[in-house]
Design a protein around this ligand. Structure first.
Ligand SMILES: [Zn+2]
Ligand SMILES: [Zn+2]
Length: 251
């Protein structure tokens, strides 16, 4: 089996150390990717000490993966060598249950497979993006547009899609109001995506120090959740006042 270099944790909480890991030989529907970047999100930090008791070790974190296709299986049709691609947290599902068939693979009744720290259906442990290459089934590989850097695209593959999916589901866009709770972690990504969709975004936060960033990222209003006046005001849609700049809730 082809091997590749990785940063691996042999046991829960152990420091990351260089290691050689195996990647499977290419199956007909597999894509091999030379990894360029990987993001690290809080799920990596939770699986590293096995905080949920669900991780398989050795653990190679990283599930916001971008890179270049170096090889494709015989039945792969959507990708070819040289393509810029990404992989998120899912790398397998049964594909035939009602949930998979309706596009809700994350509710696969057989159980989805995460891209790191997980047992795949064949019994092997999945290893994530802190490595030089990865082999992934074609349905779980995504094309990265040419004008999007592989570095910035990485964080879209977990943090980004986590915010994008509900905004899309609830039809965020022109004429809608969206409130995002909290600016860190996912929130700042949510502000950017909701604003880009054309929604009117209010940032809800306990920290007034986040206000300037929220407005810079596309929010038109900020509500301090420790101030009852701000919270009352935030119940109403807020529109930007072009004459006076951003209107303050409660004013
Ligand atoms: Zn399924
Ligand atoms: Zn994540």
């Amino acid at each position: 089996m082809p091997s590749t270099l990785a940063l691996s944790m042999p046991s829960p909480g152990a420091p990351l150390a260089p290691a050689t890991i195996e990647r499977r030989a290419l199956r007909d529907d597999d894509v091999r990717i030379q990894i360029a970047f990987t993001g690290l999100c809080h799920t990596d930090l939770l699986l590293a000490p096995n905080a949920w008791g669900i991780a398989s070790f050795p653990l190679v974190p990283g599930h916001e993966i971008t890179g270049i296709v170096t090889e494709v299986g015989a039945n792969v049709t959507k990708f070819s060598v040289g393509d810029r691609v990404g992989v998120g947290i899912m790398v397998n599902c049964c594909g035939v249950c009602a949930n998979c068939q309706s596009g809700n693979e994350n509710y696969c009744t057989k159980g989805y497979v995460w891209s790191f720290g997980w047992r795949d259906y064949d019994g092997t442990i999945t290893f994530g993006g802190l490595s030089q290459s990865i082999v992934v089934r074609e349905p779980f590989v995504f094309r990265i547009p040419g004008d999007l850097g592989l570095d910035v695209a990485a964080s879209v593959l977990c943090a980004g899609v986590t915010m994008y999916a509900p905004l899309k589901h609830w039809h965020a866009g022109p004429g809608t109001s969206v409130a995002i709770v909290g600016m860190g972690g996912l929130g700042h990504v949510g502000v950017k995506i909701a604003a880009a969709m054309g929604a009117e975004v209010t940032m809800l936060s306990r920290s007034p120090g986040k206000k300037d960033d929220a407005l810079r990222f596309g929010a038109v209003s900020y509500a301090d959740t420790t101030d009852p006046r701000h919270v009352r005001r935030a119940r109403q849609p807020v529109r930007p006042d072009h004459q006076h700049g951003v209107r303050e809730p409660g004013h």
